[in-house]
Design a binder for this molecule. Structure first.
Ligand SMILES: Cc1cc2nc3c(=O)[nH]c(=O)nc-3n(C[C@H](O)[C@H](O)[C@H](O)COP(=O)(O)O)c2cc1C
Length: 195
């Protein structure tokens, strides 16, 4: 079994809602042992990351970056970074914000750079936007057109589950794709034995 963790922060529940759909997609893949973990719970015990083969990071976009709670989790991994103990593990990420653009790309970039500094292997969101093949925009997978990681958008001050069906579908497909990529990876163990 490959161990995959969806690690997220969510203040008002939107990112958590998407995290649950990402996790549900990943759980469809045979050979995946998935855990959904709040970033705040890991910040005091970052060594728990060593027990996983891959991670999907999730944060709301706050002022064009990850939230403070997610950054606290990232910064808690400094000791692991020094020894490159997360090298070779798979990483990907998603973000939720209230505006159509909202500088979400910047949030994904900070997750990507974090993963690169740790020597992880980043996998993007390989889903063609379905509106190009005639699916109505709100129902289309990857309607927001993000390949570097996954994006979802919920309007300002709406309920935590008020996403259009396209974003829910994208979350689930994304989780499944990342889990399948992890199952296909066979070099994590090789990198570990290298150290
Ligand atoms: C401090 C703060 C900063 C925010 N900055 C942005 C932003 O830069 N772009 C954007 O589109 N939305 C922004 N938002 C909206 C949140 O990204 C949005 O409400 C998101 O759904 C919150 O996720 P959560 O419910 O998981 O906490 C911001 C919200 C807060 C509270």
């Amino acid at each position: 079994m490959k161990k995959l963790a969806v690690i997220y922060h969510s203040a008002q529940g939107h990112t958590e809602h998407i995290a649950q759909h990402v996790a549900a997609g990943a759980r469809e893949v045979a050979g995946i042992d998935l855990r959904l973990i709040r970033a705040e719970d890991l910040a005091s015990a970052p060594e728990e990351l060593l027990g996983f083969d891959g991670f999907i990071f999730g944060s709301p976009t706050y002022l064009g970056g990850v939230s403070a709670a997610f950054k606290a989790f990232m910064d808690s991994t400094g000791g692991l970074w020094k020894k490159q103990q997360l090298k070779g593990k798979l990483a990907s990420g998603f973000t939720v914000s209230s505006l159509p653009a909202g500088d979400k790309q910047s949030t994904l970039l900070s997750m990507f750079v974090f993963a690169m500094q740790h020597g992880m292997i980043w996998v993007g969101n390989a889903i063609l936007p379905e509106q190009h093949s005639g699916v109505p925009y709100d129902e289309a997978a990857n309607r927001l057109g993000s390949w570097s990681g996954m994006m979802a958008q919920a309007g300002h001050s709406v309920a935590a589950d008020a996403f259009v069906s396209g974003d829910i579908k994208t979350a689930s497909m994304f989780g499944k794709n990342i889990a399948e990529a992890l199952v296909r990876m066979s070099f994590a163990e090789l990198v570990e034995s290298d150290q």
